[in-house]
Design a protein around this ligand. Structure first.
Ligand code: ZN
Length: 220
C-alpha cells in the first residue's frame, strides 16, 4: 500500500506546496504520513492528542492540495478545452468559477480553465501567511476554519470532475489506487471535522457511500 506517489506521477499541475522543515507543522505532517501508513484511515484523520485543530486542518489541507495537484497533473493531456468545455461532475452538476473577490460574477469556463483558477486560488490562500501562518507563535485567524471549508469544498470539485469525466484515463494510467486512497482520506477527514456540506458532496454521494460503508474502520 502506497500513500506516497511514485515517480510516475511526479508531474504536478501547480508547484507543490512545501511545509518548511524544522517547523511544528512539518512534524505534524510527518506524523500524519506515518499514521496513514498504519492503514486505519478513520484513526489517521483524528486530531492527535494535544494538537491544535486549526494546525491539523492546515497541514492536511496542504497535503490534499498537493495530492490533487499531482492527480490532476497526470490528466492535463486529457482534460482539455475540447474534451471538457464545461466544468462538470456528471450530467447533473456544472460549476462556474468565482472567487468572491477578484471574480464576483461566476464565469462559465472549460474544466481545465476552472481547475486552473481553482488551484491558483487555493495556492494563494495557502501562501497567505495571515490565513495559513507557518511560523510558531503566529495565531490562526478567527475565520480560519470558515476559510478552510471553502478551500476543501472547492478541492472536492476537482475529485468530482476526475471521477466523473476522467476515471477511464485514471485506470489507463494505473493511478486508480492512488486516486481512491487519496479521495477516501479526503472524505474521512472532512467527515471527521464536518468540513463540507453534504449537499456539496452530492456529485459523488454513491462513491462516498461505497468507500465509507465497505469498511467502517479500516482503510481497505
Ligand atoms: Zn476534464
Amino acid at each position: 500500500m502506497s500513500f506516497l506517489f511514485g515517480a510516475k506521477s511526479s508531474k504536478t499541475f501547480k508547484p507543490k506546496k512545501n511545509i518548511p522543515e524544522g517547523t511544528h507543522q512539518h512534524d505534524l505532517m510527518k506524523y500524519a504520513a506515518a499514521t496513514l501508513g498504519s492503514g486505519n484511515l478513520r484513526l489517521a484523520v483524528q486530531l492527535p492528542e494535544g494538537e491544535d485543530l486549526n494546525e491539523w486542518i492546515a497541514v492536511n489541507t496542504v497535503d490534499f492540495f498537493n495530492q490533487i495537484n499531482m492527480l490532476f497533473g497526470t490528466l492535463t493531456d486529457y482534460c482539455t478545452q475540447e474534451s471538457c468545455p464545461i466544468m462538470s461532475a456528471g450530467p447533473k452538476y456544472e460549476y462556474h468559477w468565482a472567487d468572491g473577490k477578484s471574480i464576483k460574477k461566476p464565469i462559465k469556463c472549460s474544466a481545465p480553465k476552472y481547475v486552473d483558477f481553482l488551484m491558483s486560488w487555493v495556492q494563494s490562500q495557502l501562501d497567505d501567511e495571515t490565513m495559513f501562518p507557518s511560523k510558531i507563535g503566529i495565531p490562526f485567524p478567527r475565520d480560519f476554519q470558515a476559510g478552510a471549508k471553502v478551500i476543501l469544498k472547492r478541492l472536492f470539485r476537482v475529485y468530482a470532475h476526475i471521477y466523473h469525466q476522467h476515471f477511464e484515463q485514471v485506470v489507463t494510467l494505473g493511478e486508480e489506487a492512488h486516486l481512491n486512497t487519496s479521495f477516501k482520506h479526503f472524505i474521512f477527514f472532512v467527515q471527521e471535522f464536518n468540513l463540507i456540506d453534504k449537499r456539496e458532496l452530492a456529485p459523488l454521494a454513491d462513491l462516498i457511500e461505497r468507500l465509507t460503508s465497505r469498511d467502517k474502520d479500516t482503510s481497505r
